[in-house]
Design a protein around this ligand. Structure first.
Ligand code: GLU
Length: 434
């Protein structure tokens, strides 16, 4: 659970329940980056360069609301690094968006794209708004004005957005249309995660959840936790959480608990996931699902299970609750769900953590496939998309596992090391323009 916390800078930030002061997601990222850079003996100058986002844009978004009032929304877009290709990363619509959160998310995208070895840099965007309280028309106007304000930054070769928390394929369609209207021709490759009929990729909607399952399966193989009959708990039931549930269920795992913003449910024998997905589609919540009993949302993370998938927001597993985690493997569907203090506690307890920049890298990998297909104008069958994703997830998992074994570090620090090594190498090859 999180609540809104007014930081000294006046920026709203996520705070773990009961924790003070606020946990700054950018500092959480930087802490791991510093550890990995030290182990790699990275040049101190390059360390400074790679830590810092290269560009940060704030936009004011005036919107006429349905009742005729003028409202002002604040949005951001941050490019963290573009050494390996265009900035890539989602746009988040959420009341808790802050510049530090977008900075952290942009940095994680750089490392994620490098771990997955795809030719993108890292970027992220966000608008401070509550999509649950806005009409479809209001959301469309926010999206179009945000896109228009960022016309000079977006572009297939420059910065390619995608969905994130609070945005979806419809949001991406509006961005593509707005960008295309300004360019006077249709530019499908400016954004990924679009509806399939207008240049989206088969398999993109499922890609993050599929990747989470593949990461868990590979971790399970390495650490003696087969997916068949594994007891899985999932925090968050948006795109990542719900598709992960479906993928684990298809592998024969038992989904024993899930949660969403309204609460949590459990069934120790395993939830009927296909029925739960239908229920969710109708009721917009998992709460009250027949064949389940209610669970305190805070207890979901500490439930007795084999695999825990935090698939909600940042800073959920903290120094406070990490000691009570019973899962053997934590697979991070969300970005930044575990704080660095919690990492240390989990490592001491022997809990294996498959970090966000590897575990949820399936989404951006299929975004890469979408961008490639749009630029080729030739579209692949879903089977082909899934096979390529499988191959790349397994490869990246192996790269991180080998790094972890070579340096006797956690998968998290190993993933940062793989990523930093790749970005640093490419920056050195390119040299600095002076
Ligand atoms: N928002 C997703 C992420 O955090 C997807 C990014 C993308 O596809 O560009 O990985």
């Amino acid at each position: 659970m999180t609540f809104r916390h007014e930081s000294t800078s006046g920026v709203l930030q996520h705070t773990a329940k009961g924790a003070a002061p606020a946990i700054n997601p950018f500092e959480e990222m930087a802490n791991r980056f510093d550890q990995a850079a030290r182990l790699l003996k990275l040049d101190p100058g390059l360390t400074k360069v790679l830590r810092e986002p290269i560009k940060e844009i704030k936009v004011a978004i005036p919107v006429v609301m349905d009742d005729g009032r003028i409202e002002l929304f604040i949005g951001y877009r941050v490019h963290h690094n573009i050494a390996r290709g265009p900035a890539k990363g989602g746009i988040r619509f959420d009341p808790h968006v802050s510049l530090d959160e977008v900075r952290a998310l942009a940095s994680w995208m750089t490392w994620k794209c490098a771990v997955m070895n795809i030719p993108f840099g890292g970027g992220k965007g966000g608008v401070i708004c509550d999509p649950l309280k806005l009409s479809r028309n209001e959301l469309e106007r926010i999206t179009r004005r945000y896109t228009a304000e960022l016309m000079d930054f977006f572009g297939p070769e420059k910065d390619v957005p995608a969905p994130d928390v609070g945005t979806d394929s419809q949001t991406m369609a509006w961005i593509m249309d707005t960008y295309s209207m300004h360019m006077r021709h249709t530019v499908t490759s400016v954004v990924t995660g679009k509806p399939v009929s207008i240049g989206g990729s088969a398999g993109r909607v499922e890609a993050t959840g599929r990747g989470v399952m593949i990461a868990a399966r590979e971790a399970g193989k390495a650490h003696g936790v087969p997916l068949k009959d594994a007891r899985v708990a999932i925090q968050g039931f948006g795109n990542v959480g719900s598709i992960s549930a479906k993928m684990f269920y298809m592998e024969g795992s038992k989904i024993i608990a899930v949660s969403d913003v309204n609460g949590a449910i459990q069934n120790k024998k395993g939830l009927d996931v296909p029925a739960l997905l239908e229920y969710m589609a109708k009721k917009k919540t998992v709460v009250g699902f027949p064949g389940s009993i209610p669970l305190d949302a805070d207890d979901l993370l500490t439930i007795d299970c084999d695999i825990l998938v935090p698939a909600a927001l940042e800073n959920q597993i903290t120094a406070e609750n990490a000691k009570d985690i019973k899962a053997k493997i934590v697979v991070e569907g969300a970005n930044g769900p575990t704080t660095h203090d919690a990492d240390e506690i989990l490592q001491k307890k022997g809990v294996i953590v498959i970090p966000d920049i590897l575990a949820n890298g399936g989404g951006v990998t299929v975004s890469y496939f979408e961008w490639v297909q749009d630029r080729m104008g030739f579209f692949w069958r879903e089977k082909e998309v899934n096979e390529r994703l499988e191959e790349m997830m397994v490869q990246s998992f192996g790269d991180v596992r080998d790094m972890a074994a070579a340096h006797k570090v956690s998968y998290r620090i190993a993933a940062y090391m793989v990523a930093i090594q790749r970005v640093a190498h490419d920056m050195q090859v390119r040299g600095l323009y002076a």
